[in-house]
Design a protein around this ligand. Structure first.
Ligand code: AMP
Length: 175
């Protein structure tokens, strides 16, 4: 069983021309889910990660499992307006328009080692916003790990340009 075969591709979702890489099929396959979590964790097993930052919403599912395996805490990076206490907010560009993500101001302690987790990196805009937020809170962002990289969109290179190593399990050409 390969991880790539456990990922379902839905053409023209959410709009024409997009190939949506659907990980619900991977999550529903016990062996594939376990393997994905093991492989996400592997490069960071000795890195003394203190907190995993998962990006809403699929990054919560993977990030919770990764945090458990690393004996780390978990902090959610959420879309604006969802977190109840005082937050830091970062705006980032989408293909059309912009969006905002937030963390709680006390989500990390200064100097804490943090690993970012999401299902997929495309342009890297979301992960870049997460890095900015976490650094604003004083975090040491040790890496960012994704099940899927779309390398033609340049996100991994963009994140590495911020000094954050990127780890991805599978790649798909195109977008
Ligand atoms: P980006 O900020 O461009 O790197 O986009 C990453 C975010 O958008 C992730 O949270 C992904 O879940 C989602 N995303 C972007 N493109 C796709 C795609 N082709 N299939 C599934 N999810 C995607």
């Amino acid at each position: 069983m390969s991880l790539i075969d456990a990922i379902r591709t839905i053409p023209d979702y959410p709009k024409p021309g997009i190939l949506f890489r659907d990980i619900t099929t991977l999550l529903g396959d016990a062996r594939a889910f376990r393997r994905a979590v093991d492989e996400l964790v592997q490069p960071f097993a000795g890195a003394k990660i203190e907190k995993v930052a998962g990006i809403e919403a699929r990054g919560f599912i993977l990030g919770g499992a990764v945090a458990h395996q690393l004996s780390a805490g978990f902090t959610p990076v959420r879309k604006k307006g969802k977190l109840p206490a005082a937050t830091l907010r970062q705006t980032y560009a989408l293909e059309y328009g912009e969006d905002e993500v937030e963390i709680h101001v006390d989500a990390v302690r200064p100097g804490e080692s943090v690993l970012i987790i999401d299902d997929l990196i495309a342009t890297g805009g979301t992960a870049e916003a997460a890095i900015k937020l976490l650094r604003q809170a004083g975090a040491n962002v040790v890496g960012a790990a994704f099940v899927i990289d779309l390398p033609d969109l340049g996100g991994a290179a963009r994140i590495e340009g911020h000094g954050v190593p990127v780890h991805a399990l599978v790649q798909f050409p195109g977008h």
